[in-house]
Design a binder for this molecule. Structure first.
Ligand code: ITT
Length: 222
């Protein structure tokens, strides 16, 4: 993916987070997807879906071409899901070490938590309606429809380990390894983002074929 460039009908993966770009790059075909560093407004909400929906609308208005936005968060069960949608704020103010220490002090082991990612796709065109646990079509009155793809991974909060990944990865353990102990491809195999990207890629392959009349046999698959 090429950061910041804008051309034709290319799909833009919109984020200011280079860690997300690195993981998406390891999954999506760079002939079809470019990254676009644009800081869309994140509304205050108690879940990720409305943030991804409004973000996709704003990013689509900005880019004027198909966009995919990515909103993610860490939900700690013993804290009723905090920091959840406030994960970026909590990381920037408290820092992940403090969050881990508070979890260790206040909660009994295992300190269970989950990572969630919601991808929001918008291209200004109609999108068939669907609703299930992992995909959803949001059809508003004025704004164009947004298709949502959700991925989740469960694990527990542990003392920091590993040098890879970004954000909360060092303190989130799944199957005996923190996400920071995996490379991008290994993390995508089990992660919230990897699962959402898989679900998106399967759907988008069909949409691309139908709407753009372009077929690339290698589209999206590693
Ligand atoms: P954009 O909104 O520009 O995409 P952001 O970093 O603000 O970038 P989010 O609001 O989705 O993105 O991120 C919420 C927080 O969760 C932020 O502190 C991230 O570092 C962290 N985060 C997101 N995905 C993560 C992942 O896969 N592993 C670890 N931390 C992650």
């Amino acid at each position: 993916m090429v950061a910041g460039s804008v051309s034709g009908d290319t799909l833009r993966y919109v984020t200011t987070n280079s860690g997300k770009v690195h993981e998406a790059q390891s999954y999506l075909d760079s002939d079809v997807v470019e990254s676009l560093s644009y800081d869309y407004t994140e509304i205050q909400a108690t879940s990720l879906r409305p943030i991804a929906t409004t973000g996709a609308h704003e990013a689509y208005q900005y880019a004027g071409s198909p966009v995919l936005v990515d909103d993610a968060g860490l939900f700690i069960d013993g804290f009723d899901g905090f920091p959840g949608p406030y994960s970026a704020f909590a990381e920037n103010t408290l820092g992940i070490e403090t969050i881990q220490r508070v979890a260790e002090t206040e909660l009994d082991a295992p300190r269970s938590a989950s990572f969630r990612c919601v991808l929001g796709y918008c291209d200004g065109e109609a999108i068939e309606s669907s609703t299930n646990e992992y995909t959803d079509t949001i059809i508003g009155s004025d704004a164009p429809p947004v298709k949502l793809f959700t991925g989740e991974v469960s694990g527990q909060i542990v003392s920091p380990r590993g040098d890879g990944g970004f954000g909360y990865d060092p303190i989130f353990e799944h199957n005996g390894m923190t996400l920071a102990e995996r490379d991008a491809a290994d993390k995508n195999d089990i992660s919230h983002r990897g699962r959402a990207l898989k679900s998106f890629a399967e759907w988008f392959q069909t949409r691309w074929f139908i709407n753009m009349h372009v077929w690339k046999s290698s589209l999206f698959w590693r």
